[in-house]
Design a protein around this ligand. Structure first.
Ligand SMILES: Nc1ncnc2c1ncn2[C@@H]1O[C@H](COP(=O)(O)OP(=O)(O)OP(=O)(O)O)[C@@H](O)[C@H]1O
Length: 749
């Protein structure tokens, strides 16, 4: 009996079908599974057609409805049908005739290429006019809201400049044919890639190239050595069973789990097709799968990677693996930074795990965990959120000769960061390493007494700041022989304070699979620097980068990377001040999507800026982007509230979103307006970043003065730079950045 598999290309298309067409598609897919091959091919309703002039004799089209056509790969031998694409009727055949599917014998995967487009540069040196259909490279990527007909059929590279035949400056001169073959690059693509002169040219051809070979070429083009590409791109895909024969489509389809899934019943078909945003549940990059489903790590493991590389997705799948293998009586903690992020993790976990496994997982912010632990012993304790102001008062009361924020900074970045509990500890010459304001022993005593006094008052009032709450929680957890959790999984790890890490460390016993940590220091928007080693979290030999971005278009990411250019970023868990501490290389992340470049708008004053923003939002809505898929960010609470009021005054649906109070789903019917801090970890089809004005970014009253502490000054500036980076990288398809007056110096030139 034939089997059905679905290619991930179909998912965003399915979103565009109306309900009757979806039902019709399900009825058709049922026939694929139920009828014998000969009955299927001759079924009158399905109108299965082969394409005599097509590049691939196995490709067929079939009728879904008057308006929509399915494209499938029908087996010559074997029995697995692959549903390749869903397209408007007129566009389907035009697209399908150009495509060819082949088994990649080295990686064992099934790949698709636009064979017609790729033949052109090999046949001759085309003039620009002859270059393949100059459609935007966006074709493969961002999905228009309505069926776009011919535009969808034209999944062709943009002819920025026609590739030229092999020249001394060709992009892959440094790689031999033999190495390319070892990396799974087949003869046709080996010949083709010799015609490319630049990384931009390669990217423009991405929609036409076989997917896995493109990833190999992109990694080589970025300068990664052959061995690393073998280890990171080829090895995770290589089938355990050895080479796959060139005509063994059945095996290749089953092995291409990154893009293809075999479905067994109606429920599975619907489940897989039901929306683009669920792709992460089913299709994992081999590297993501290898990390999430590795049977065990012998200790803490760390996954880092730029924005949108699927760190959260890997963390969720890791929880699934841990829950499926949990010993009797075990429990898992999944933790993140804000209530909104935790809420979104909880929702996604419920999509991924059956309820009986969800029941074994606590999904909590790290602060909530600490509060729960402390309340078990001191039920009347509450979390204090005005700590900065409280310490400012104490600075004045003790008549200390430093600015009002100094005491708080000393409390947070020295005393609590290092877990110092005595005056002697604070007097230790190493205690203030990295702080650039020297303090005499007498001054340290004054500071210590002021801090102790403030802490004693806070304890007496039973309202503890997060740092003290965590110190208390750590003491309580350390006092138990039984640890609270079997495994702890941490998302958005870059922003946790050392005191929060100590709570997490104390919540789980040292051992295999104790901690799984996902984060990205480029996105660190709070001023914490952390040394995993000093906290007893040893990740050496268990650190893994992710390098494929699934969220953001290449145009948006490469512009946003300009915000961070020239700022070396330390690796997650490496303190900035450590001699020789490793830094994350800039860029190095490949995007699978492409689309329009970011739009930048400078206005004369704030009212003009808000008027232009309202026009942009209105256009997005008119283009069919749902209000809940649009987010506007502002640097300050004041601007956020003005933006929301301004949009509403122009009859646009807008609501203020506060991640500490709201779940992401609370505000789906309206355009979300939030602060830049509020968009951490989230994503939207369209994002407007407003108020990127010279005096708002950096906002100097939130930056320690360089005279007081040079290092802290730099760290504070970097945190604000990262804030802009985080806000801009939340956009999936459209990014709009605006300012009034002078633009922020963080904007790329
Ligand atoms: N293998 C995959 N296939 C399809 N989509 C994926 C895959 N992995 C991740 N995604 C999607 O990419 C987007 C980004 O993923 P995710 O939020 O996990 O990234 P992240 O690295 O945690 O991002 P950030 O650090 O910017 O918050 C999400 O929409 C997710 O569903």
């Amino acid at each position: 009996m034939p089997q059905l598999a679905i290619d991930s290309t179909c998912l965003p298309q399915y979103e565009k079908l109306d309900r009757p067409t979806r039902e019709r598609l399900l009825a058709v897919t049922r026939k694929f599974r139920e009828l014998p091959l000969h009955a299927l091919l001759s079924h009158p309703d399905l109108r299965i057609r082969s394409l005599p002039s097509g590049q691939d004799p196995r490709i067929r089209t079939f009728r879904i409805s008057d308006a929509w056509t399915g494209v499938m790969l029908a087996p010559e031998s074997g029995e697995t049908f692959l549903l390749v694409h869903l397209l408007p009727r007129d566009a389907a055949e035009e697209w399908a005739v150009d495509q060819r599917h082949d088994v990649n014998r080295v990686m064992g995967t099934l790949e698709r290429r636009d064979a017609t487009a790729l033949q052109a540069p090999l046949a001759a040196t085309p003039s620009a006019a002859e270059a393949p259909n100059p459609a935007p490279a966006a074709a493969r990527a961002t999905t228009p809201a309505e069926p776009a007909g011919a535009a969808e059929a034209a999944e062709r590279p943009a002819a920025v400049s026609p590739p030229t035949p092999a020249s001394p400056s060709s992009l892959f001169d440094h790689v031999t044919d033999r190495d390319l073959a070892r990396l799974g690059v087949d003869p046709e693509i080996r010949g083709f890639c010799r015609t490319l002169g630049s990384g931009d040219e390669l990217r423009n051809w991405a929609p036409a190239l076989p997917q896995d070979q493109y990833e190999v070429l992109a990694a080589l083009a970025e300068g990664h050595p052959v061995q690393r590409v073998l280890d990171e791109v080829v090895a995770p895909r290589r089938p355990a069973v050895g080479a796959v024969a060139a005509d063994d489509y059945d095996t290749a389809i089953r092995h291409t789990r990154e893009r293809v899934i075999v479905v067994n019943d109606d429920r599975e078909v619907e489940d897989v097709l039901a929306g683009e945003f669920n792709a992460w549940r089913v299709f994992l990059h081999p590297k993501q799968r290898a990390l999430a489903y590795r049977p065990r790590f012998n200790g803490p493991a760390k996954v880092s990677g730029g924005p949108g590389t699927g760190k959260t997705v890997v963390a969720l799948h890791r929880v699934k693996h841990l829950a499926e293998n949990l010993p009797l009586g075990g429990r898992i903690l999944l933790t993140s930074f804000t209530n909104a992020l935790v809420e979104s993790l909880r929702r996604n976990l419920a999509l991924l795990l059956p309820p009986e496994l969800v029941a074994d997982v606590d999904v909590l912010t790290t602060d909530k965990l600490a509060l729960d632990v402390v309340k078990e012993v001191h039920p009347d304790v509450r979390l204090r959120t005005d700590t900065r102001g409280f310490f400012a008062n104490h600075t004045r009361q003790h008549r200390l000769p430093w600015p009002v924020d100094f005491l708080f900074s000393e409390y947070r970045h020295v005393v609590m960061a290092q877990g110092i509990t005595t005056l002697e500890g604070y007097l230790d010459p190493d205690a203030r390493r990295g702080r650039s304001t020297p303090l005499s022993a007498a001054q340290r005593r004054d500071v210590w007494h002021a801090i102790s006094d403030a802490r004693a008052q806070m304890r007496a009032g039973r309202r503890l700041p997060a740092e003290d709450l965590h110190a208390a929680a750590t003491r309580i957890l350390d006092g138990h022989i039984e640890r609270r959790y079997t495994s702890v999984v941490v998302d958005e790890a870059q922003d946790l304070h050392p005191a929060q890490w100590r709570t997490l460390r104390a919540a789980v016993a040292h051992g295999p699979d104790d901690m799984f940590i996902a984060g990205d220091n480029r996105q660190r928007i709070y001023d914490n620097t952390v040394s995993f080693r000093q906290l007893g979290i040893e990740v050496v030999g268990r650190s893994y980068p992710l390098r494929v971005n699934y969220r953001t278009t290449g145009e948006i990411l490469s512009w946003a990377d300009g915000i961070m250019r020239g700022r070396p970023v330390t690796e997650l868990g490496e303190p900035a001040s450590a001699p020789g501490s490793a830094t994350e290389p800039p860029g190095g992340t490949r995007c699978i999507l492409s689309g329009p470049p970011p739009e930048l708008h400078g206005a004369d004053d704030e009212p003009d800026e808000l008027d232009a923003l309202a026009d942009r939002v209105r256009e997005w809505l008119a283009d069919g982007i749902a209000p809940g898929d649009i987010c506007v960010t502002a640097r300050t609470n004041r601007l956020r509230d003005s933006v929301a009021a301004h949009l509403r005054a122009r009859s646009l649906p807008a609501t203020v979103f506060n991640p500490r109070e709201h779940a992401v789903t609370d505000t789906t019917g309206a355009v979300r307006v939030t602060t830049m801090h509020g968009v951490k970890g989230l994503e939207f089809r369209a994002v407007a970043v407003t108020g990127v004005t010279a005096d708002a970014l950096p906002q100097m009253d939130h930056v320690t003065s360089a005279d007081l502490d040079e290092n802290q000054h730099r760290a504070d500036l970097d945190a604000q730079r990262s804030l802009l980076y985080v806000a801009c990288t939340r956009a999936r398809e459209h990014l709009y950045v605006s300012w009034h007056g002078r633009p922020s110096r963080f904007l790329p030139r």
